[in-house]
Design a protein around this ligand. Structure first.
Ligand code: BGC
Length: 771
């Protein structure tokens, strides 16, 4: 199907809180990238351009190239000469305007630049990190947060963001798991499309629209052993079933650019991989936008070993379909000679230049290259409504992992009778960590920490916050423990804020071989818990941590991720029950690092461990020979989809509109889909949000399929005693898969469907997909 046609088959997710996700495929037009009038203007321009000017459109300078002594210290002169097409990390209306002026007024053909930045989870108003945003299971929140980021970034001249990162990540050791939407392709696709709609709005030439970039294409999240930049070897089926769908969803929502990944996929670096960049992206998906390399990655094809010099690196990358060279200066240096010698046809350069010009036209930069400059001394400030929205997003991203307590009474929420709280831990008052990684132009001074928010909550009524840092994030020094234990002893409740260092331990180049609490934080936790006081553990992390001791010994555990500028107020409102936690995990939390990679939609194997005695040694020696560990359960500590609330929800048995579907009718789309529904009831005494999840398993198919796959979800709000019916459609989209012949079809199968609160619970029913 042509890209243009597919542009209209977009997932309409803004209604996600009202309708089941699987019902939201609707007809909305994302910004077009193949406007005939624009194509004509590009052709006229290309006809006037020298080879060097065309190559310039494939050249992207990063800030490290513009500092003194760098090859691009003369970037202003290069701009005037028309040697560069785009920049990153130059921000501010005056700064971008000044450089733009050189391009538009001083260069021969007056071609505007486009300014890029990694605007990942907010620009100035920093939202929770993307993994946290995915835990809201609410694409409409993600869309609005991205729209706010676009509004803030564009007023400083930025029109291109290197976001969203849609890499499926199933290995918690990989630091970049924080930048994506977790382990599942269905949820990941919903989030991918939401980011794109938010950044790009309904018109790319709206001055408040940011061009989105789907990254990192592709397979990067499957880096072997979770080690950053490591190679990936995976089957085409796995690639198409799990890793490609979020990219496709983002492109269907209209994303105008793609960034190729650092990794090699099945032996070929993603930067010079014609199978992914040309066959899949251009031929199968009809993508018309621009593909940019990751930072320095064209040159890195030499280190990968598929090129022995820069010339070959440039040739292989551009011929594979890589349009823009980010930072490595390989295209600028070698393409002129490669074209003149005939090693690279000029038409290939024309095409890459055309794609870059296409996005510049689409963004309206030829007609409106500048942004309004604020009066001197009046730098734009965050809008209070946006800041409040950041608090809402944070509140909905928190995942209550555990909530027990003495005499059967849950530890959270804290009641009004609580007058003294000991607040302990290195993350309790760390503004900079609350911003997470990739904080764009976020300012730690905008952050309200947990300590500040808790103090302002408790002080007015005479309450006491006994703060003791206890330790640093990464140290062996225990000298602060005594004060922390003393504070705990004096308080009624202890809140311990532990976790990772956002900059050092999460995002790029932050793989970990251990998933426990860093430094001596575990010892601090044990020392504080030994006081016998009720402990609430708040974890700030960019990945699942292995917390088996805490799960056994600490009554309440809240996963807070890195919540952004409103970390403190969101946490305090949650601790005191102004809102109930409602986030759910989008990644499985392990008992130990040895279980990684860990994900719910695994394959059953020929010797599944269901119902097997997992103790060691097993009571029946025959039970040893199963797909299991001898020293750890198979199941995660906290599964995908898990998240508790302060209230309770029950699910009714499922109702199915039919128990028999026809594979051939579904493949021809002549059959109505199956409707599956359940009634969810709030049986507790508080209002709360529940996320109902729909899973499907198919058996008897030509290839083995996972034990369960998410195919729908819905966030609903229920008052105490209230019930709502959640209904999902199960049709071709939910039942098709890549079969033994690599065709994406529905096959006859025995099917089970679940609707429930997590990937390990819920009501189920069976149906048949006949011939
Ligand atoms: C990262 C990308 C990022 C790029 C530009 C790279 O190191 O892998 O995700 O977009 O830098 O800043």
């Amino acid at each position: 199907m042509a890209f243009r046609q597919r542009l209209f088959r977009v997932l309409l997710l803004t209604l996600a809180s009202t309708f089941p996700f699987s019902l939201l495929r609707a007809q909305v037009a994302p910004p077009p990238l193949d406007d005939p009038a624009i194509e004509q203007r590009i052709s006229q321009l290309l006809a006037q351009m020298t080879l060097e000017e065309k190559i310039a459109q494939t050249v992207h300078f990063a800030d490290s190239s513009t500092g003194p002594g760098s090859p691009h210290a003369d970037y202003k002169e290069q701009t005037i000469q028309g040697h560069v097409g785009s920049f990153e990390n130059i921000t501010g209306a005056a700064e971008t305007n000044a450089l733009q002026k050189l391009a538009v007024e001083k260069s021969r053909l007056h071609i505007p630049l486009v300014f890029a930045l990694d605007v990942i989870h907010g620009y100035r108003t920093i939202f929770p990190v993307p993994l946290a945003m995915s835990a809201t299971w609410d694409p409409s929140l993600v869309e609005r947060a991205s729209r706010i980021a676009a509004k803030e970034a564009t007023r400083e001249g930025i029109r291109w963001t290197f976001s969203p990162m849609v890499d499926i990540a199933r290995d918690a050791r990989w630091g970049r798991i924080v930048e994506g939407a977790g382990e599942d392709p269905f949820l990941g696709s919903a989030m991918a499309a939401a980011y794109v709609r938010g950044y790009q709005g309904s018109r790319l030439d709206d001055p408040q629209s940011l061009l989105a970039c789907m990254k990192h294409f592709v397979g990067y999240g499957a880096a072997e052993a979770g080690r950053e930049y490591n190679s990936v070897d995976m089957s085409d089926r796995m690639l198409r079933q799990v890793y490609l769908p979020p990219f496709h969803a983002g492109l269907e929502a209209g994303a105008g650019s793609v960034m190729s990944a650092f990794n090699a996929l099945n032996g070929v670096p993603a930067t010079s991989n014609s199978f992914t960049l040309t066959q899949i992206l251009r031929k199968e998906w009809g993508f018309q936008g621009v593909v940019i390399a990751d930072y320095g990655a064209v040159r890195e094809t030499i280190a990968h070993g598929i090129a022995t010099d820069g010339q070959t690196a440039a040739r292989k990358s551009i011929l594979a379909g890589l349009d823009v060279d980010l930072e490595s200066n390989t295209y600028s240096r070698y393409l002129p000679e490669l074209v003149r010698s005939g090693a690279v046809p000029e038409s290939v350069v024309d095409q890459a230049a055309r794609r870059m010009l296409r996005i510049k036209f689409a963004l309206g930069l030829f007609d409106h290259p500048y942004v309004p400059e604020p009066p001197a001394g009046a730098a734009p400030q965050p809008d209070p409504a946006d800041v409040e929205f950041a608090r809402t997003v944070a509140e909905r991203s928190f995942v209550l992992l555990k909530n027990s307590g003495a005499a059967g009474k849950a530890t959270l929420p804290l009641g009004p009778e609580v007058h003294s709280v000991a607040l302990i831990g290195p993350l309790a008052d760390s503004a900079v960590n609350m911003l997470g990684s990739w904080g764009a132009r976020g300012n730690p001074a905008d952050v309200v920490t947990l300590r500040t928010a808790l103090t302002s909550r408790m002080k007015p009524s005479g309450g006491q916050v006994l703060y003791a840092k206890g330790t640093e994030i990464l140290t062996a020094d225990q000298s602060g423990f005594a004060a922390a234990v003393a504070a705990a002893k004096q308080a009624e409740v202890v809140v311990v804020a532990l976790g990772e260092d956002a900059a050092w331990m999460t995002a790029e180049a932050a793989s970990r071989a251990h998933l426990d609490l860093p430094g001596n934080q575990q010892q601090l936790l044990e020392a504080v818990a030994a006081t016998g006081k009720p402990v609430v553990l708040i974890i700030f992390s960019g990945r699942p941590l292995a917390l088996p001791w805490a799960a056994d010994h600490v009554p309440a555990i809240l996963e807070a991720w890195f919540p952004g500028v409103q970390a403190g107020p969101a946490l305090v409102r949650t601790l005191f029950g102004d809102v109930s936690p409602s986030g759910k995990l989008t990644v499985s939390f392990p008992h130990s690092v040895g279980q990684e990679p860990l994900y719910y939609d695994e394959f059953n194997s020929g010797r599944p461990a269901d119902g097997v005695d997992l103790s060691h040694p097993p009571s029946n020696p025959g039970e040893k020979y199963h797909s299991r560990y001898v020293d750890e359960p198979n199941a995660p500590l906290f599964p995908f989809g898990h998240g508790l609330s302060y209230t309770k929800f029950t699910y009714s048995p499922l109702e199915l509109s039919t128990t028999r579907l026809s594979a051939s009718a579904l493949n021809q789309k002549t059959t109505p889909a199956l409707l599956v529904s359940a009634t969810v009831r709030n049986t507790g005494s508080r209002s709360g949000d529940e996320i109902a999840e729909l899973y499907i398993r198919l058996r008897g198919t030509s290839v083995a399929l996972p034990v369960k796959q998410l195919e729908g979800f819905r966030r609903i709000t229920l008052a105490p005693g209230e019930s709502k019916r959640v209904e999902f459609t199960v049709g071709r989209d939910e039942l098709a898969f890549y079969n033994i012949d690599m065709q994406n079809v529905v096959e006859p199968a025995s099917a089970t469907v679940w609707i429930g609160p997590s990937s390990t619970e819920g009501e189920s029913a069976d149906f048949v997909v006949a011939e």
